[in-house]
Design a protein around this ligand. Structure first.
Ligand SMILES: NC(=O)c1ccc[n+]([C@@H]2O[C@H](COP(=O)([O-])OP(=O)(O)OC[C@H]3O[C@@H](n4cnc5c(N)ncnc54)[C@H](O)[C@@H]3O)[C@@H](O)[C@H]2O)c1
Length: 460
């Protein structure tokens, strides 16, 4: 039996905080992807009446059937069953907006092929909400997509002008970046701290009440929208820079006959050394994308952002660097150019999720294929349709044989824990390359592998 509310003027008023405290709000989520779907489920679990919107027929159909449309297995058991109360899924933003007090926009913010921010999704999703919001209702529209400081105002306020809507009278606009970590049960939408930016402090403070019901962690109103926008983007810029440093060290130390992990372990004995792990590259929808948003904004205000730009370049070049190392390992082991067969264990950009967006496995495999090397992959989190054409998909790892090299591309538990000695027996050439620094190289070497890794001196 669905519980519906029948208030007429839904939106922000002086009772908003009290209604948020008691779950008496209708919350719409626009965009039900890796961020929006767990957010919608989280608000429902927190007691709110939820309307979820996605343009994708596939996603909406799956949710109508009560199945998980995404590659994040954490959600498998969390999708509300068809007909569940406080759970409405639709492709119509207008329908959801009419019903909701709060609309949360969680649409993609990718970069274009020339690495410029693509704000078209934020623009069109915002437009659809504002067109349906109507005059005088004071519906609260919150952007959660990752953007650079100034995007919410520069993208949405002109639409309000165009539609004859006034912020503070007809609608309220706020920004609250999503910071959860897909595939990480300890940092889900209900456990991460939130920051809220809003030009109206009264509205901003009342939104703290809304998000406090969602998450067990700290929720703060931080002032201007731009402060909250900048917060998210610099978090990912910082990670990109830290990872770029270890990725650069992983190129330098093998040339000095040193393993970068030995050096990092030693350095980490100092109280203020922050340890990061090198890898074959940085993937996903956030870290390899968000720095370009910051670079764009810095360029607009005439500041070169040299450190951010250099870090991005190091991480972007990592698959190319690794490809050179792998080709050399094959060549030194007597595998003729053009004859090598390489097996990638994992294809997703990160462990524990079936998400191949911006995965470094793709540019790495492209570089190897350019040298005539054939690539196969086994990823228990992805369907064959997620893997690009030209890559052989292995369904059963126990039948993989005749390879010259195994590359651990994603540290899925299932990939790390395969039967390594059984695979070794089926190799044509026993070269192993740990692209995530999770394997015990000495143990692998003792087993009979030529055990190599990102940042370790080569073992031929
Ligand atoms: N994935 C992450 O780990 C993560 C974490 C924090 C923040 N973010 C940010 O959150 C935002 C969303 O990322 P994501 O990974 O969920 O993207 P996604 O591609 O998985 O999901 C976005 C969804 O929005 C839908 N959509 C696009 N335009 C729409 C519209 N006008 N109306 C309704 N639905 C629409 C798409 O069909 C898609 O299902 C991005 O800005 C991203 O940077 C992502």
């Amino acid at each position: 039996m669905k519980q519906e509310r029948s208030r007429k003027n839904m939106g922000w008023d002086a009772s908003f905080a009290t209604r948020a405290d008691s779950g008496d709000l209708n919350v719409g989520i626009i965009g039900l992807g890796y961020v929006g779907l767990p957010t919608a489920i989280g608000f429902r679990d927190a007691g709110f009446n939820v309307w979820g919107v996605d343009l994708s027929e596939r996603i909406v159909n799956a949710l109508h059937e009560g199945t998980n449309p995404l590659g994040d297995p954490d959600l498998d058991d969390m999708i509300p069953a068809p007909g569940s109360d406080r759970w409405h899924i639709t492709r119509s933003t207008a329908e959801a907006t009419a019903e909701c007090d709060v609309l949360i926009v969680t649409v993609p913010t990718p970069v274009s092929p020339d690495l410029k921010p693509d704000l078209s999704y934020v623009e069109s999703a915002g437009r659809a909400v504002f067109e349906a919001a109507g005059n005088g209702n004071r519906k609260v529209v919150i952007l959660e997509s990752t953007v650079y400081p100034g995007v919410t105002a520069s993208t949405w306020l002109p639409i309000l002008d165009e539609l004859g809507l006034e912020e503070g009278k007809d609608v309220e606009v706020a920004y609250c970046p999503e910071r959860f970590n897909p595939g990480d049960p300890n940092h889900g939408v209900r456990q991460v701290a939130r920051v809220i930016g809003c030009s109206n402090p009264e509205v901003g403070e009342s939104l703290v009440h809304l998000y406090r019901r969602l998450t067990s962690e700290d929720v703060r109103y931080v002032g201007k929208v731009e402060v909250a926008e900048a917060t998210k983007v610099i978090e990912n810029v910082q990670r990109d820079i830290n990872i770029a440093l270890v990725n650069e060290l992983a190129q330098i130390f093998p040339e000095l006959d040193l393993d970068v992990e030995d050096v990092l372990s030693s350095a980490a004995t100092k109280w203020n050394f922050h340890r990061y792990t090198p890898g074959i590259g940085v993937g996903g929808h956030c870290i390899p994308v968000d720095p370009y948003y910051m670079m764009q904004r810095a360029q607009e205000v005439g500041v070169p952002a040299e450190l951010i730009t250099a870090a991005r370049a190091v991480n972007r070049m990592m698959p190319k660097h690794v490809s050179g190392v792998l080709r050399d390992l094959l060549y030194q082991s007597g595998v003729a150019a053009g004859e090598g067969r390489v097996l990638f264990l994992g294809w997703s950009y990160k462990a524990g999720v079936g998400d191949a967006r911006e995965t470094p496995a793709e540019p790495l495999s492209e570089n190897l294929k350019d040298a005539g090397i054939s690539i196969s992959t086994w990823d228990p989190y992805l369907a064959a349709s997620d893997i690009p054409e030209g890559i052989e998909v292995i369904d059963d790892i126990s039948s993989a044989d005749g390879f010259d090299m195994v590359v651990l591309a994603t540290a899925h538990k299932e990939c790390v824990e395969i039967d390594w000695s059984a695979l070794l027996e089926r190799m044509r050439t026993p070269i192993l390359y740990d692209g995530r620094r999770v394997l015990d190289l000495d143990a692998m070497q003792a087993m009979g592998w030529k055990a190599n890794a990102v940042g370790s001196p080569a073992q031929y």
